[in-house]
Design a protein around this ligand. Sequence first.
Ligand code: SAM
Ligand code: SF4
Ligand code: SF4
Length: 338
Amino acid sequence: MPLDQLDRPLRNLRVSVTDRCNLRCSYCMPEQDYVWLPREDILHFEEIEQLVDLFLDLGVDKVRLTGGEPLLRRNLPDLVSRLARRARLTDLALTTNGVLLAQQAALLHDAGLHRITVSLDTLQPDRFRQLARYDELPRVLEGIASAAPFFPGLKIDTVVIRGVNDDELVAMLEFGRHWEAEVRFIEYMDVGGATHWSMDRVLPAAEMLATIERHFGPITAIDEHSSAPASRYRLSNGVIFGIISSTTQPFCRTCDRSRLTADGMWYLCLYANEGLDLRQALRGGASIEEIRILLQSRWEARNDRGAERRLESGHRTSLIPLDTLRRDPHLEMHTRGG
Ligand code: SAM
Ligand code: SF4
Ligand code: SF4
C-alpha cells in the first residue's frame, strides 16, 4: 500500500456524483449564481467504477458518495449496487442534505449502501430557510425518519456558526438521541465556496464542549485510534456525539482521504488548488495500468496538510476570492464534495 510523504496511506475516497444542489447553505453556496460543470464532462457510472477499482488497488476500502447533492444524480441506487458488489469495499457511505431521502432510503438500502450521514444544521423552520434558502426542513425530517430504520447508526452532521445556530447544540443532541443517530458538530471551515467565512463566526470545539457540559454534566472523551475526523465523546446519559474541529484543531497528520469530483478531477486535499484530471486520462486513451502508476506516484508525492497550514498562517479571511471561484468551480466545496 503506497504511503505519502507523511507516511499516510490512502484509505478513504470521497466520490462526488454531481455538483448541483437543491439547497444553498450559507456556509457552502452563499452566492446568487454559480458556474456549473459541463454535463458532458460528468463521469458515467462505468467510468466511476473503473476509477474506484484503481483506488481499491491502491488501498482504498472506504468510499463515500457526495456532491453537490448526491440524491439529485439520476439512478444513484444503480451506482450504489454496482459499487456494493466490490468485496474489497468494506464501507460504502453517502452524505446527503436529506431533502430527497424519504423517497430513496429503501432503494439505497436494497442497493447495498452501508451507511448514511444527513447534514442538518437547525431544527427551526425559519432558521432553516435563512440558512439553506429553501423551505425544506419538513422533507429533511421526513428523510431522517424514513432512513433511520434502514440505516442504524445514522449520523447527523451539523455545521455550527456563531450567532446563527450555536444555541441549538442541546436540541440537536436530543434530536439525535430520539433517532439513535450520532450527531457530529462541525466547525465552520474557511474552504473554497465559504465566501462569507470569518474567524469570529467559528465556534471552536472547546466552546461547544463547554456549552454541552453545562447542560448535560460531565463529558467523557472516547479514546480511539482512528483516522476519522471526528473526536467522539460520551454524555453521562450514554449518548455519543462527535466534534470535527477542522478549523481550530486540524487533523491533517492522519488524513487518509482524497476526493474525486463529478467530472473526474482528483484532489489530494480539501484545500488543494490543483487536481489531477482523471477524466482526460480515461477518455484520452491512457491504459488502466498507466493511470494506476500515475495515481500511485501522485499519492507518494503528497505532502498536503491544508487545514494545518491555514491555522499556522495566523491571519485568516475567506480562502478564495469570488472571481477566482467563478473561473474555476473546482475550488468550490460543493464541487469537491466536502
Ligand atoms: N449536499 C450534501 C450535504 O450537504 O450533506 C453533500 C455535500 S456537502 C458539500 C458535504 C458536507 O460539507 C456537508 O456536511 C456540509 O455541511 C459540509 N460543509 C460545506 N461547507 C462547509 C463549511 N464552510 N464548513 C464546514 N463544513 C462545510
Ligand atoms: Fe448545503 Fe450540501 Fe448543498 Fe453545500 S452541497 S449547499 S452543504 S446541501
Ligand atoms: Fe486532509 Fe487536507 Fe483536510 Fe488536512 S486539510 S485533513 S490534509 S483534506
